[in-house]
Design a protein around this ligand. Structure first.
Ligand SMILES: [Zn+2]
Length: 332
């Protein structure tokens, strides 16, 4: 077939040898050339994808298996195997336990789209019986996700969101070691079946005189800070509309931090029903963060500050923003 009679996929005017021209921007000439990219595959999308339908409606993970070489790919992104002269693949149902292909990075500062989900890991999970890895979000049920909890080869269980929309975020995974054997074995385990409050608090040693002195100084500084908040418009905005009762435990003593729509209140002691708990050996870890001399996030990552609920990382963000605003107000 001659090029003239061949049916062209790329229009003639977009061919690399055709569309070159000089473009002048701010008196400077630039050579602009056409370039072409080809993708030769078909794929199903959205409501017609068997993989996403199975996630949403059946709480199942699908893969595809080559009928010739037997390679199992998850997700099932090929209907024909490129290694076997395009032999057809067949859809297979996968289990929902696997191992991490490598140590996943953890996101603490996400863009606004994922702000409510931090911190989360994002890694590649090789399901049992699969030959390729699935990209998936990673959480821990034991407080905040910090480095060291999930590594290469860590056994993970896939968990399904209670509300599913046929998207990859309908699933995430948690370390199998955090679950009971029954939960690990259960197909289609739901998010609501996990015990998110099961985090084990780090133990604090018996207080020394030094610990107690530090605690008293910390309590005094936090109380002064709460007082300053009353006139700090900008800092008040950072915790506006937010209500949290936080139990803070340190070796030298306990205190309750209350965030109440712009107001900050501090008192010594305990509360029965905190929204979450912060534990640090040295109370200055918290005080430094609140006074903008240190970072609460960094303290959490380095395990100097322990937080009982992953989702309350949002509150930590607000407190850090508040601390910065308050420090700037004082400077002015
Ligand atoms: Zn094959």
């Amino acid at each position: 077939m001659s090029p003239e009679t061949r049916k062209m996929i790329i229009p003639l005017e977009a061919l690399p040898e055709v569309g070159g021209h000089i473009q002048t921007i701010d008196g400077q000439d630039y050579l602009v050339l056409n370039d072409a990219m080809f993708t030769f595959y078909q794929r199903s999308q959205g409501e017609f994808s068997a993989f996403f339908l199975a996630l949403r409606d059946k709480k199942k993970l699908l893969g595809c298996k080559c009928t010739k070489c037997g390679i199992v790919r998850v997700p099932p992104f090929l209907t024909r195997c490129p290694d076997c002269d395009f032999a057809p693949t067949e859809t297979v149902e996968m289990g929902d336990v696997g191992r991490m292909l490598c140590t996943p990075p953890i996101t603490y500062f996400a863009n606004s789209l994922f702000q409510g989900q931090v911190p989360f890991g994002r890694g590649r999970l090789v399901l049992d019986g699969a030959d390729t890895a699935l990209s998936i979000n990673i959480y821990t049920t034991k407080g905040i996700l910090v480095p060291g909890i999930v590594k290469k080869d860590t056994e993970m269980k896939v968990v399904f969101r209670d509300e599913r929309n046929g998207e990859i975020t309908d699933i995430f995974c948690v370390p199998a070691s955090e679950l009971t054997p029954e939960q690990v074995a259960k197909p289609g385990l739901l998010e609501s079946e996990l015990d998110w409050e099961a985090a084990v608090e780090p133990a604090l040693g018996a207080p020394t005189a030094d610990d107690e002195a530090k605690f008293n100084a910390g309590l005094a500084e936090l109380s002064a800070l709460a007082e300053e908040m009353k006139g700090a418009e900008r800092a008040r905005r950072d915790i506006a509309g937010w209500h949290r009762v936080v139990q803070v435990k340190s070796a030298g003593g306990f205190l309750v931090l209350e965030i109440d729509d712009g107001d900050l209140r501090v008192r010594q002691g305990s509360t029965d029903k905190p929204d979450f708990t912060l534990v640090c050996t040295d109370i200055s870890t918290l005080v430094n963060g609140m006074a903008y001399r240190g970072s609460l996030t960094q303290a959490i990552i380095t395990k100097d500050l322990w937080i009982s609920l992953n989702r309350e990382f949002t509150t930590i963000f607000k407190l850090e923003r508040m601390a910065r605003s308050l420090a700037r107000t004082k400077k002015v």
